[in-house]
Design a protein around this ligand. Structure first.
Ligand code: ADP
Length: 334
């Protein structure tokens, strides 16, 4: 990423563990996804069959890992965790597959980052619970067919579109996680304030919820920051005024946008005259990977209707101009 501020909100995972719900029932929001996953889990239990493979997609911090960790707990089966980025060759996947026990779950985070060779190696494992291992080279090469116990893969990705169709099709259940509403985020903040033993007023919890970009991980990070601020500046009590001062100091604006979000909007405004502009050009100007913009920065700004996607690229909306304190050009109908 670029710049210091805000970056960590989207990428720090170590601190997630303490506040991560342990059981599916403890998860807040995502009701429809939750209900469908519960049905699949219960059906697997009743039929004593392994759960079908599950693909979860959505922006970072919305609960993909949390679902993936709660599901095996609900089934009382072992869980293995792998990352697509670390599986460079089929041999890297091998230990996970040979360790898989009947009904167990293998969670592959960032599954879109699997190289093609690993992906293809996985197809028979997912479909028929077997793998083909090639021994030797050239004319002496032989293929060894190895059966696997029936097991479940849970894949997580920021965008389903990043996966090849054959891989995508091998998941029986595909769920998209959406941003959380204020009420849900407020509940998450209130519950986690208890876990962190910080006294927080209702309107302070609301303020943090509004400022969290619809994302539980960001809500947790903001809450921790407000707690630190309250500890050092206000005898530990998180009132509305304390929360507001703490978030102002972080550079979080009233819509919850951070420095990175504003740099993105301001680049469209000042460098590209409000757009339309292609995401590559914005990414280039900001010295960022286009995928990071598409998967981590843009989804919330699109949902907040500060920008729109048009056939010719991204454009600021009237609300986008207003948020930057600018008057929109006449053709936007100000
Ligand atoms: P992802 O894998 O999509 O990036 P995570 O599952 O790691 O996101 O979620 C980040 C953090 O947000 C978790 O550690 C947890 O504390 C919190 N969180 C996510 N989803 C929920 C939820 N539905 N209810 C409560 N907290 C949640």
């Amino acid at each position: 990423g670029f710049g210091g501020d805000g970056d960590e909100d989207l990428t720090t995972k170590e601190e997630d563990t303490a506040l991560r719900p342990k059981r599916l029932e403890d998860m807040i929001g995502q009701r429809e996804v939750y209900e469908r996953i519960m049905i699949a889990v219960k059906a697997a239990q009743i039929r004593k069959e392994p759960l079908g493979h599950i693909l979860l997609d959505g922006p970072p911090g919305l609960g993909k890992t949390t679902f993936a960790m709660c599901i095996p707990r609900a089934l009382d089966v072992p869980l293995q965790i792998a990352s697509g980025a670390a599986l460079a060759a089929p041999k890297d996947l091998l230990p996970y597959l040979t360790n898989a026990s009947e009904g167990s779950v293998l969670f592959i985070d960032e599954i879109h980052r699997l190289p093609k060779a690993v992906e293809e190696f996985m197809y028979p494992a997912m479909e028929d619970f077997r793998i083909d291992i090639t021994l030797g080279e050239g004319v002496n090469a032989r293929t060894l067919n190895m059966p696997l116990p029936p097991f479940t893969i849970i894949g997580a990705t920021t965008r389903t579109g990043l996966l090849s169709a054959p891989l995508r099709d091998r998941f029986q259940v595909r769920e998209h996680l959406e941003f959380y509403n204020q009420e849900e985020l407020c509940e998450i903040v209130t519950r986690n304030a208890q876990k962190l033993k910080v006294e927080i007023d209702d309107d302070a919890a609301q303020k943090i919820a509004v400022c969290s970009r619809g994302t539980p991980r960001i809500a947790n990070n903001r809450l921790r920051w407000v707690r630190d601020y309250a500890t050092t500046k206000a005898d530990g009590e998180a009132t509305f005024a304390v929360a507001k001062a703490a978030l102002d100091m972080l550079g979080v604006d009233p819509l919850g946008l951070d420095g990175q979000d504003r740099k993105y909007l301001e680049t469209i405004l000042r460098v590209f005259n409000g757009g339309p502009v292609g995401v590559e050009a914005i990414a280039h100007t900001l010295n960022m990977a286009p995928d990071t913009l598409t998967d981590e920065v843009e989804p919330f700004l699109l949902r907040a209707e500060l920008v729109v996607r048009s056939p010719r690229g991204r454009k600021l909306t009237t609300a986008g101009y207003a948020h930057l304190g600018e008057t929109p050009p006449e053709e936007l109908g100000a």
